[in-house]
Design a protein around this ligand. Structure first.
Ligand code: DGP
Length: 115
């Protein structure tokens, strides 16, 4: 998707601070961090949102979750705890139309479902 900002980050056309990558996904620091640790895990393939994920993408979904876990370990928040968020669609607050998993930690987060 040429106009997709995260596709451009995946392609290296827009710089990002990568913390983890493999053949299926990359993880990079959020440009507007909401917590001391705020990393986005995104599939290399353009998937618009969680809503666009297909049943055949179950393996990819699992890889994204495992990568979120690995990011948390790598960032040193696995023990203290962290939050994994997937904003989906307009009411979900999704602003970038390429599936991404937020990994937030490094401070006490509020008790409800947002950072
Ligand atoms: P969401 O609201 O769930 O769609 O989150 C999108 C996030 O993407 C938001 O926290 C800011 C981040 N973001 C947007 N543009 C860029 C960018 O160019 N680089 C990086 N590193 N993060 C970005």
């Amino acid at each position: 998707m040429p106009d997709c900002i995260f596709c451009r980050i995946v392609a290296g056309e827009i710089p990002s601070n990568r913390v983890l990558e493999d053949e299926h996904l990359i993880a990079f620091r959020d440009i507007q961090p909401a917590a001391p640790v705020h990393v986005l895990v995104v599939p290399r393939r353009h998937v618009e949102s969680l809503a666009a994920l297909e049943d055949g993408d179950a393996e990819l979904a699992g890889r994204l979750m495992a990568a979120a876990r690995d990011v948390a370990r790598q960032e040193g928040v696995a023990e203290s705890g962290y939050r994994v968020v997937i904003n989906t669609g307009a009411h979900g607050g999704q602003t970038v139309g390429h599936l991404h998993v937020h990994v937030l930690g490094g401070r006490q987060l509020s008790g409800h479902g947002t950072a």
